[in-house]
Ligand binder design. Structure first.
Ligand code: GLU
Length: 394
């Protein structure tokens, strides 16, 4: 054992329960085990060819060097085109858009730009597993405010306001929400926006599921509300909507004042996002979503619906169709096991990997999060395995 001690911030943090479990599944499969993988939110469909082709062409054409730290002008222009076409947002691609290496890297620089050590960031409980850890790595303090299941997994506005202190800098939102699948309404976002304005806070909004919105639900970007553009950092990504998880590409849309600071962080921390990856993403955003992508979205909606219906029909499980996103958020509290025990036993005994609700926060205890967008074969086999597991419990 070497005589040094690694940093407290890393030693005191825990592994990611989404990526960690997905990695474990890969390891088990490499050892020949058959496992149904409903852990991380990864669709199995390949990136559409028209997108991959653009990256291959760029690479062959020698587009293999660093780009501007904030991304190529043409990728940022495509992001602006997409924002205007799909989000009702008019963004200046020179001054208000920063290309990022996926949403997590976008979140990291957004927090770096907004919080000092000791500052507080309000997060939802339950929320995506990496938010609290990232805030912790940066010396900030995550303040969790419960999403109330009785309110449809939303914040109680009074509770939210009561949690704001002199140290609060940021409200971190996610819509469609991971893990609950709630799509935030205009009225709800207005309540949060008004609090942000009243208390002079920044809103960071993670919108990686914005194209996977089901039924009549509509996605709304909080920066489009009055007075919000100057205090909102919007994080978007191609990972989910275009099945491009391995590309690690997304972007941030924010006001010029914040974007110029983010650009400096990019210069020091990553130099630039990958060049040919931006070329592929540019193609994805500059065109209307092509039929192949529309087919993916339709297929995912159908799968999420049939998956949640099947889970809900099992004795002891309560589950609803989410408004958006990839996940079934299922209440398993009737079995009397903790979420962790349920998830661990399900993996050991019936070879199904999913994420314990408690990994997302205290309010997630008694729930499991299940990724529905897998192959039909895996969905069928996995649901049978879950059925057989719960029938042993009841
Ligand atoms: N964001 C996805 C999830 O919640 C992918 C895993 C991850 O990046 O942590 O499962």
């Amino acid at each position: 054992m070497a005589g040094f001690r690694l940093s407290d911030r890393i030693l005191s943090s825990s592994p990611s329960s989404t990526v960690g479990i997905a990695d474990k599944v890969k390891r088990l499969r490499s050892q020949g085990e058959e496992v149904f993988d409903f852990s991380a939110g990864r669709a199995f469909e390949p990136t559409p060819d028209y997108v991959s082709e653009a990256a291959i062409v760029a690479m062959r054409a020698g587009d293999t060097h660093q780009t501007m730290a904030k991304g190529t002008a043409s990728y940022r222009a495509a992001c602006a085109t997409k924002l205007q076409r799909e989000n009702n947002v008019v963004a200046n691609p020179e001054k208000e858009i920063i290309a990022t290496m996926g949403a997590k890297q976008g979140l990291t620089i957004s927090l770096l730009a907004t919080i000092n050590p000791g500052d507080e960031v309000i997060v939802e409980d339950p929320c995506f597993v990496s938010y609290k850890q990232t805030i912790h790595y940066l010396g900030g303090q995550a303040v969790t405010v419960p999403l109330r299941s009785e309110l449809g997994w939303l914040w109680d506005a009074n509770e939210l306001e009561d949690s704001i202190t002199a140290k609060t800098k940021v409200i971190l939102l996610c819509t469609p929400q991971n893990p609950t699948g709630v799509v935030h309404s205009r009225e709800y976002l207005e309540t949060i926006a008004n609090l942000a304005i009243k208390h002079n806070l920044v809103v960071i909004t993670d919108e990686v599921y914005e194209r996977t919105v089901w039924g009549e639900n509509k996605h709304l970007n909080v920066a489009t509300l009055p007075e919000m553009k100057a205090r909102t950092i919007t994080i978007m990504s191609l990972t989910k909507s275009f099945s491009m998880g391995g590309w690690r590409i997304g972007f941030i849309y924010t006001c010029e004042e914040i974007a110029s600071q983010l650009e400096k962080l990019q210069q020091h921390l990553i130099t630039s996002p990958n060049s040919f990856v931006q070329a592929g993403a540019e193609r994805a955003f500059s065109l209307e979503p092509q039929q192949v992508v529309l087919d993916y979205w339709k297929e995912w909606e159908t799968k999420v619906e049939s998956f949640t219906d099947t889970l809900d029909a099992m004795d002891g499980i309560n589950c609803y169709m989410p408004q958006g996103g990839f996940y079934a958020w299922a209440d398993i509290s009737s079995f009397g096991l903790s979420s962790e025990e349920f998830a661990a036993r399900l993996l050991t005994e019936n070879k199904v990997a999913l994420v314990a609700g408690s990994s997302f926060g205290d309010q997630g205890e008694g729930y499991i999060r299940v990724t529905c967008v897998k192959t039909r074969k895996e969905v069928k086999g996995g649901l049978e395995a879950i059925r057989s597991f719960v029938s042993k419990l009841s």
